[in-house]
Design a protein around this ligand. Structure first.
Ligand code: F6P
Length: 324
């Protein structure tokens, strides 16, 4: 491997810049020429590929977002799009590619490496923490801290006014952020995509809180919950439960921004370093992830087929017990 490109794709996640820095510098340290692809796979198609040196990644370790920018690129999933992307890599003799992103990114990477023989390594970068092969994905820790800070603030005002708040958090089909932020913020209830909680059950739980003189309540709703978003749930609950004034807050994209936590800076650096070292060893169509405190390699095939987050039942049970 002599020429390596790096890109970020899909939703941005704090820590991506730390990872880009590690990829570029690990490659240069080992004698490779390094390139950055702008806007994910779209930049491969548009030939938006720039050379990167050690200084091009100075002073970025602490920045949220991604200096390479990112995109969700449908054209890359077509035969023609992939061929164009490959031609642009070939023109620069780029033989290794590091992709930082989530399952959509890995799906593209897997097909690309199989069809065109480009050596590809993935780094799991998504706030959703929903990829098999890594206990934590890049950006999840920072997003969690942001969510907790927001919920704590909402709790202050909820308590001051004796209100019931429904707070919607991100995670697409995964309830990981919702469940764990519910535990960390002492929420009264958590609604997850993986577990159906009926409105009856939720109302019962809130009734008990009201009877036992709770002055306010926080319900976390995962955006992927099947019965609808926080507004829908709040409306349904309000029809049957009116002990408190009810409010809804959707945390939205603020969960994706901000300076990465120390954990995400270390994770991004570690996985970026490992991804390039794996390329030098000849590994391809795989991702690096953290399991326990070790960096492990998982094939993209396995990462994609087993991608769903396994709910920790004890946490869910605990939410009920600890919020009495
Ligand atoms: O995958 C990260 C994520 O933030 C999800 O939690 C969310 O469902 C989605 O991306 C939002 O995507 P977009 O930024 O394209 O609206």
């Amino acid at each position: 491997i002599n020429n390596i490109a790096v890109l970020t794709s899909g939703g941005d996640a704090p820590g991506m810049n730390a990872c880009i820095r590690a990829v570029v510098r690990t490659g240069i340290y080992n004698g490779a020429n390094m390139f950055g692809v702008k806007q994910g796979y779209q930049g491969l198609i548009d030939d938006n590929i720039i050379p990167m040196d050690a200084r091009s990644v100075s002073n970025i370790i602490h920045l949220g977002g991604t200096i390479l920018k990112t995109a969700r690129c449908k054209p890359f999933m077509t035969e023609e799009g992939m061929q164009t992307a490959y031609n642009h890599l070939k023109a620069r003799n780029i033989d290794g590619l590091v992709v930082i992103g989530g399952d959509g990114t890995f799906t593209g990477a897997k097909i690309f490496s199989e069809k065109f023989g480009v050596k590809v390594m993935g780094v799991p970068g998504t706030i959703d923490n929903d990829l098999f092969g890594s206990d934590f994905t890049l950006g999840y820790d920072t997003a969690m801290n942001t969510v907790i800070e927001a919920i704590d603030k909402i709790r202050d005002t909820a308590d001051a006014h004796d209100r019931l708040f429904f707070i919607e958090v991100m995670g697409r089909d995964s309830g990981c952020i919702a469940l764990r932020s519910g535990v960390a913020s002492g929420a009264e209830a958590v609604l997850l995509p993986e577990k159906q909680t009926s409105i009856d059950e939720l109302v019962n739980q809130l009734e008990i809180g009201a009877l036992t003189k709770k002055s306010s309540s926080i319900v976390i709703v995962a955006e992927g919950h099947k019965a609808g978003g926080a507004y829908d749930i709040a409306k349904k609950v309000k029809e049957r439960f009116n002990h408190y004034d009810t409010k809804v807050t959707i945390l939205g994209h603020l969960q994706r921004g901000g300076s990465p936590s120390s954990a995400d800076r270390i994770l991004g650096s570690r996985l970026g370093f490992a991804a390039v070292n794996e390329l030098f060893k000849g590994t391809t169509a795989a991702m690096v992830g953290l399991r326990g405190n070790d960096v492990k390699v998982t094939s993209l095939e396995e990462a994609l087929t087993k991608h769903s987050f396994k709910l920790e039942d004890d946490l869910l049970e605990m939410t009920k017990v600890l919020s009495i």
